[in-house]
Design a protein around this ligand. Structure first.
Ligand SMILES: C[S@@+](CC[C@H](N)C(=O)[O-])C[C@H]1O[C@@H](n2cnc3c(N)ncnc32)[C@H](O)[C@@H]1O
Length: 211
């Protein structure tokens, strides 16, 4: 990873670390109703540096070229993915519901010198990745948790043998049905890595031909 990328990541991680008030303000709006993405419009809710480095290392080691991300926010995780894509000659498709967040992320990608490795799709992921035409070797799930399962099922035809799906925030309630699916389906082999935010699930699509 070059200095330009590292400098942008340092700035963004520092900002994310100071961003707790925005997160708590967002959470406070959802005391009597479910949390909405708009509540978190100013919150980074990003992967940690350790998680980002693990994503980067995994993609570089395995040489995944076709990378898709659900949940851009301000682009911290995307920068790790794109830094790896740059190393292996790949590309990242990332998806963000809120246009203002996507625009800030785009500026961060330019600052890091990675914009040519990233395509941002703005809108609801179930629409922006509907009929997605390309194969997917690596998928990061880090958006609203209730969509992990429907999105994985929608993208299953795009997976190839040993596609890796990484799901963040296992501690959150919405992830439960996703975990039940990938842990019990013969099409997948799944294991939890670490304990940060409830752990991160690494799931391989091992049996494309099993129903
Ligand atoms: C946890 S944050 C992503 C953090 C980012 N991956 C990082 O580590 O820097 C989740 C993001 O998903 C976005 N999101 C929520 N629902 C979405 C949807 N239906 N389609 C696309 N993005 C969505 C939210 O607006 C939010 O910015």
């Amino acid at each position: 990873m070059n200095t330009k990328i590292q400098n942008t990541l340092n700035r963004l991680h520092n900002e994310a670390n100071k961003n707790l008030p925005a997160m708590f303000w967002g959470l406070s709006k959802a005391i009597f109703r479910p949390l909405k993405p708009e509540d978190m419009k100013d919150a980074y809710i990003a992967v940690s540096r350790e998680q980002g480095e693990l994503l980067y290392k995994t993609i570089v080691e395995k040489g995944y070229k076709n990378i898709v991300e659900y949940g851009t926010s301000f682009g911290i995780s995307t920068i790790y993915l794109a830094a790896a894509a740059k190393e292996v000659g790949g590309k990242v498709i990332t998806t963000e519901l809120l246009p203002e967040k996507a625009e800030k992320a785009r500026q961060n990608f330019i600052e890091a010198g990675l914009e040519e490795f990233i395509d941002i799709k703005i809108g609801d992921v179930m629409q922006t990745l509907k009929n997605y035409p390309n194969s997917i070797e690596f998928l990061l799930l880090d958006g609203w948790k209730e969509q992990y399962l429907p999105l994985t099922k929608m993208l299953e035809p795009n997976f190839v043998k040993n596609t890796l799906i990484v799901a963040d925030n296992l501690g959150m309630a919405g992830v439960k049905i996703y975990l039940e699916y990938v842990r019990n389906s013969p099409k997948y082999h799944s294991q939890t890595i670490g304990t940060n935010k409830g752990g991160t699930e690494f799931t391989y699509f091992i049996n494309p031909n099993r129903d």
